[in-house]
Design a binder for this molecule. Structure first.
Ligand code: NAD
Length: 252
């Protein structure tokens, strides 16, 4: 069952960019590259996708505006799909996220609201607006975190948002399955991307994070993108409502 169109949020860099490039290599013809403020990075992802023969579509929206931003992304994406002569969405990957690390004692409402808006409200309402646009046998993937099952005392809002997102995906899976559409979450461990820039270079931090994985290294964006590519392909047809651990065997 060929899939032709994919929308990936936060696809300008890191895991999202690797997913966009990987799906294009797998035969997706129209790739929606949503980004926030980093236009130059989004254009770089677009250039790589164009070089591979697929058509990129850039969609800007600040997901800190939550449901309103999701409506804007969905509308722009639907217009682009029609403009380029395609019908519907085959693959939707909600990848954009922020961590807003704070312990329970540090927690402030502004950070909490922002993290919940980007990580939970935006992907939930993006799926809401695109549900009727999803093609039969389509794929929905949300990027969660291993922290939903591994205690992370400094990530209260982050854990709440990602656990909520996994719950949304689990809840919608039976409804989408009636159309052959799968919906799953992928839960990475520590991956070597910009989201960790504020702590990974502190003395001993990288070595500690590496030691938590069974493989003794950090994950790469491609490690995660390859799991998404599997779920997005025909091989993923019998997996739905699940959270796939992609932490490299990370332990407490
Ligand atoms: P990253 O910081 O490189 O990428 C995050 C992406 O989200 C960027 O493209 C960024 O522009 C986008 N984004 C953030 N805030 C936004 C906003 N307000 N509006 C629009 N876009 C916004 O980090 P990454 O590691 O590639 O993160 C991708 C996903 O993986 C995130 O959901 C993150 O929570 C998850 N994750 C990452 C790790 C890790 O260690 N890197 C671990 C577990 C889960």
């Amino acid at each position: 069952m060929p899939r032709s169109t994919a929308l990936i949020t936060g696809a300008s860099r890191g895991i999202g960019a690797a997913i966009a490039r990987g799906l294009a290599r797998d035969g997706i013809r129209l790739v929606g590259i949503h980004y926030g403020h980093d236009r130059a990075a989004a254009e770089d992802t677009a250039t790589r996708i164009r070089a591979g023969g697929a058509t990129p579509v850039l969609i800007q929206a600040d997901l800190a505006r939550g449901a309103a931003a999701a409506a804007q992304v969905a509308a722009q994406w639907k217009d682009a799909v029609a403009l380029h002569g395609h019908t519907g969405t085959d693959v939707l990957v909600s990848n954009a996220g922020i961590n807003g690390a704070q312990s329970i004692g540090q927690l402030d409402t502004a950070t909490y609201d922002r993290v919940l808006a980007v990580n939970l409200a935006a992907p939930t309402f993006l799926l809401h607006h695109l549900t009727d646009h999803l093609n039969d046998n389509g794929r929905v993937v949300a990027i969660s975190t291993g922290y939903t099952r591994i205690a992370a005392p400094t990530h209260i809002a982050y854990t709440a948002s990602k656990a909520g997102l996994e719950g949304v995906i689990r809840a919608v899976a039976p409804e989408l399955a009636k159309r052959g559409i799968t919906a799953n979450s992928v839960a990475p461990g520590v991956v070597d991307t910009d989201i960790n820039a504020d702590w990974i270079d502190a003395p001993g931090a990288r070595e500690h994070a590496e030691s938590l994985s069974a493989f003794g290294r950090l994950g790469t964006s491609e490690d995660i993108a390859d799991v998404v590519r599997y779920l997005a392909g025909d091989g993923g047809r019998w997996i739905t409502g699940q959270t796939i651990d992609a932490t490299g065997g990370t332990r407490l």
